[in-house]
Write a protein that binds this ligand. Structure first.
Ligand SMILES: O=P(O)(O)O[C@H]1[C@@H](OP(=O)(O)O)[C@H](OP(=O)(O)O)[C@@H](OP(=O)(O)OP(=O)(O)O)[C@H](OP(=O)(O)O)[C@H]1OP(=O)(O)O
Ligand SMILES: Nc1ncnc2c1ncn2[C@@H]1O[C@H](COP(=O)(O)OP(=O)(O)OP(=O)(O)O)[C@@H](O)[C@H]1O
Length: 303
């Protein structure tokens, strides 16, 4: 949490709240959040809550229920947002496209899964490669992509960036049988890119593209040593996704990822909740983010 608060990206946003003469900004330390009871937490009119590993969601919800501060990102949704199936169910409700999927607890039903070179079957359901296997817990970023033998077979393991790498190819294409996974259709793309979308409520959305995490080789780095990204122009439909997603998930500041299929579909593959743009060249994003947050709190907090 403190790591997130200390980033220069967060500071670019907070400075605008600090500079507003109508807002008194109170920064809560990690010690306060983790070790003190909610009775000792300051009583505030507005609250910025953002999910990160170790974040005490239940404690924060108890505080919010007791004091009813205005939350720009509603903590009631945080648990649902850590489950990839729950995320897709919400997307269904709001008409936002996601990949077709199947959830399997491969540990519990290992004997019932029949695995062949190019597909798996389970109780009459057939999943053909290529497909993507993601831990149901969206905080677990160890994602495997399985290829058809026509494409050379094997699998690519994707993981959080480590020593300039983001993936590793393995010739063994067997699925994992040790937990609950969501199996998704692999969206074939025209250009192998990830579209990282950063929405701010209904009024503003900004996006960047980066080389897909499954692209071979080392990360492409910019002059600041950060992953190379470029500003990306979203379609009108993708902008509508952004407005619907921030509303449905109750997250005023909300990042999510899109891939564009060869078939023309735009498909949401991941919702990240509060997520920072991390670019030296996106001042416009930070200015809008700070301005809209100030506006949001002034409109919604008790006078
Ligand atoms: O959403 P955010 O801003 O909270 O950041 C997320 C994630 O963004 P995503 O959610 O859009 O995927 C970042 O991935 P990218 O967007 O940079 O690809 C990732 O950075 P990373 O891969 O380690 O590499 P760097 O870019 O920092 O070098 C970061 O890990 P930490 O910096 O180690 O905390 C994550 O934080 P958390 O989820 O709390 O672990
Ligand atoms: N259904 C899919 N079809 C094609 N490629 C996909 C699909 N799902 C994921 N990918 C690729 O795998 C990468 C990781 O997927 P995803 O974003 O779901 O993982 P994550 O670990 O939740 O990411 P984040 O770090 O954003 O939280 C994507 O950036 C994309 O390149």
């Amino acid at each position: 949490m403190e790591k997130k608060l200390g980033t220069k990206w967060m500071k670019k946003i907070l400075v605008q709240l600090k500079n507003s003469d109508k807002i008194k900004l109170v920064i809560w330390t990690n010690d306060m959040i983790q070790n003190q009871t909610i009775e000792n937490w300051p009583i505030v009119d507005g609250l910025i809550t953002l999910y990160s590993s170790g974040y005490p969601v239940n404690k924060v919800i108890s505080y919010v229920n007791r004091h009813r501060p205005y939350c720009c990102n509603n903590p009631e949704f945080f648990k649902a947002m850590t489950n990839r199936e729950s995320i897709y169910k919400v997307l269904d409700e709001i008409g936002v496209e996601h990949p077709n999927y199947l959830v399997l607890n491969t540990k519990e039903i290992s004997n019932e899964i029949n695995e062949e070179t190019n597909w798996i079957t389970f109780h009459g359901k057939k999943l053909e490669k290529p497909f993507v296997e993601k831990p149901i817990d969206s905080e677990n970023h160890n994602i495997h992509i399985y290829f058809n033998s026509k494409e050379g077979g094997g699998k690519t393991k994707i993981f959080r960036k480590k020593a300039g790498r983001k993936n590793q190819f393995y010739s063994n294409g067997e699925i994992r049988r040790n937990g609950k996974y969501i199996y998704e259709e692999f969206i074939e793309q025209q250009e192998p890119i990830d579209i990282k979308v950063y929405a701010i409520g209904q009024k503003y959305v900004y996006a960047e593209k980066r080389s897909s995490l499954m692209q071979e080789g080392l990360l492409q780095i910019d002059e600041y040593g950060r992953e190379l990204r470029e500003v990306f122009k979203l379609s009108e439909k993708e902008k509508e996704f952004a407005a619907k997603i921030t509303q449905a998930f109750g997250q005023f500041i909300c990042g999510f990822d899109i891939v564009r299929g060869k078939d023309g579909r735009s498909v949401v593959i991941d919702i990240n909740g509060w997520s920072f743009v991390k670019s030296e060249f996106s001042n416009e994003y930070f200015e809008n983010c700070g301005r809209l947050l100030v506006e949001l709190f002034l409109t919604n907090c008790k006078k």
